[in-house]
Design a protein around this ligand. Structure first.
Ligand code: HEC
Length: 147
């Protein structure tokens, strides 16, 4: 048997393993400190209208509720399973120090254990989600004000 006949299958076997090793290990998404100042300062071009909130509700149910909970209380099933620390967005204190630009960046690029939304949503829909996240706290505040 010629040498090449032995070497070629060996290369074919090893090549995928080498390729897999070259792919970088999945990295943690950026921390809050990594948010560029420009991104943090960016104004929200989408008004928090009922239409915007309604558009975001669909994405919230598909991509966010499993961790953040349908109501935003941070008690989604996946968060429980993965033992993630997820803040309670129904508490109006949680996001009070975040700018809309920071929220946009976090949703787009992910944050620590949170996966990025990335290109799954359009830019406008990403802002809708910012509005939606804010609305979760407002709802609680509204109910709290009621006697
Ligand atoms: C795999 C679970 C998971 C999914 C899915 C997920 N998140 Fe998160 N999210 C987290 C975790 C964990 C954090 C970091 C802990 C925290 O701050 O609550 C976080 C943080 C955030 C923050 C920043 C909170 C802060 O304290 O500044 C926002 C805003 C946010 N998520 C919105 C969303 C939106 C909107 C979606 C859907 C598009 C989403 N998340 C999907 C787990 C998730």
């Amino acid at each position: 048997m010629s040498r090449i006949a032995l070497i070629l299958p060996a290369i074919l076997l090893v090549a995928p393993v080498l390729a897999a090793q070259q792919t970088p290990a999945p990295q943690k998404t950026p921390s809050l400190a990594a948010i560029p100042a420009d991104a943090a300062k960016q104004a929200n071009p989408v008004k928090a209208t009922p239409e915007s909130i309604a558009r975001a509700r669909k994405w919230w149910g598909l991509d966010c509720a499993m961790c953040h909970g349908a109501s935003g209380d941070g008690k989604g099933e996946v968060a429980k399973d993965m033992k993630l620390q997820v803040a309670d967005f129904t508490n109006s204190d949680t996001l009070k120090d975040r700018t809309d630009g920071e929220l946009f960046y976090i949703i787009k690029n992910g944050h620590q254990d949170m996966p990025p939304e990335g290109p799954r949503v359009k830019t406008e829909e990403n802002w809708d989600l910012v509005n939606y996240v804010r609305s979760l706290a407002k709802k609680k505040a509204d109910t709290e004000q009621k006697p």
